[in-house]
Ligand binder design. Sequence first.
Ligand SMILES: Cc1cc2nc3c(=O)[nH]c(=O)nc-3n(C[C@H](O)[C@H](O)[C@H](O)COP(=O)(O)OP(=O)(O)OC[C@H]3O[C@@H](n4cnc5c(N)ncnc54)[C@H](O)[C@@H]3O)c2cc1C
Length: 410
Amino acid sequence: MRRQMKNERGRMAILGAGIMGSSLAITMARKGYAVSLFDKENEPLACASRWNEGKIHLGYLYGADPSMQTARHLISGGLCFGALVSELIETDLKAHTTSSDDLYLVHRDSVVDADTLRTTFERVDALLQSHPDAPSYLVDVSAARVKRLSKGELANINGSEKIVAAFQVPERSVNTRWIADRLCDAIRAEPNISLRMAAKVCATTPIDGVDGPWLVAVEGEKNETFDVVVNCLWEGRLAIDRTAGLEPVPGWSHRYRLCLFGRTKRSVDVPCAVVALGPFGDIKNYDGCNFYISWYPSGLLAETSALSIEMPKALDAAERHQFINDVRARITELVPAVSSMFDYAQELEVRGGFVFAQGRGSLSDPKATIHRRDQFGVNRLGGYISVDTGKYSTAPWLADRLAKQISGVD
Ligand SMILES: Cc1cc2nc3c(=O)[nH]c(=O)nc-3n(C[C@H](O)[C@H](O)[C@H](O)COP(=O)(O)OP(=O)(O)OC[C@H]3O[C@@H](n4cnc5c(N)ncnc54)[C@H](O)[C@@H]3O)c2cc1C
């Protein structure tokens, strides 16, 4: 359904059509702003926001942050994710959300031991129990309570002595490919959005002081002027911030991760699990037929603390084959049921994306700053706004808050 054009309220450039830029563009367009949405790819949502696990974080994964700041920061975005995305795409997410709780399988080499993890999980439960939005999560988490699996329950899932304990927590994940397609439809339905694809942004500069209009420079095109520019470029963000005069805060890192996205010809019974806590793997079963599987050490193709990161060379056929076999072997050793996903796969895509983090170091180092992920959000320089999305799960919440700020509505 195409919406009627409202009054123009200012020309706005949004750089980057991932979940962050797209959520903001749809929201601002519906408020009557003329939005130009730029991306270097040919289609919106072609990068990390399409090819990720879709865990809608409640903070359990950040058990190596004893300050609990990461959990506190992630919870608000996670709790309202479902409602905000449903509004953007005008469709319910339920059929594309995992239907079982997540299992945290504690590896014997975990950077946090099982008892400490349990204490952290209980603290996350307490944060959720006292949060007013807890009933609005993908499932009601107002009575969240971590459960430790008995030895028998663990033996039913796990095929290796490497897993020493398991916890069940009420975290869910969404099928990000399905959401990406719906967001693309919503963008195309908005007459106030001008889609500027295959447009690589190379600079943003103020024309006459930071509060005046800003120029956006796109490779091979004429510069354009906007009243407000919002940088949602994820792995490309810091380089453009620097051209705008916004100096990045030291301590960031960029990574590129490959994973498997599978579809089976028949429904298979594979649990949703994350091997905790460190450089291990994840399994997400969205609906019995659509899966995400990762083994972190095999998929980590690039890592840098430089200002920007290059796209790693694509795998050739032999490397792709080896990657699939490696992920399969590592993950099925721990959760043998996953082999049915490979046996019945009619589609197995090797895809990946960049991860930006305001943190560094190896996941196997308990002291690494990468374990704390609460430093994300909005940075402003007059009419130029830079957004560190943080997580997929926090993007719609950040977009909603930013849209209210820009339009002056609370
Ligand atoms: C393997 C993997 C698993 C993950 N799992 C989870 C998870 O379970 N839960 C979770 O919450 N998060 C997860 N994440 C993180 C999540 O994917 C990101 O936080 C989120 O997608 C970032 O959204 P974004 O819109 O900021 O970035 P993107 O989706 O990457 O969008 C940025 C856009 O900017 C464009 N761009 C970049 N530079 C330029 C330029 N110079 N000019 C023009 N366009 C440019 C890109 O083409 C891209 O389309 C995962 C990430 C990866 C890679």
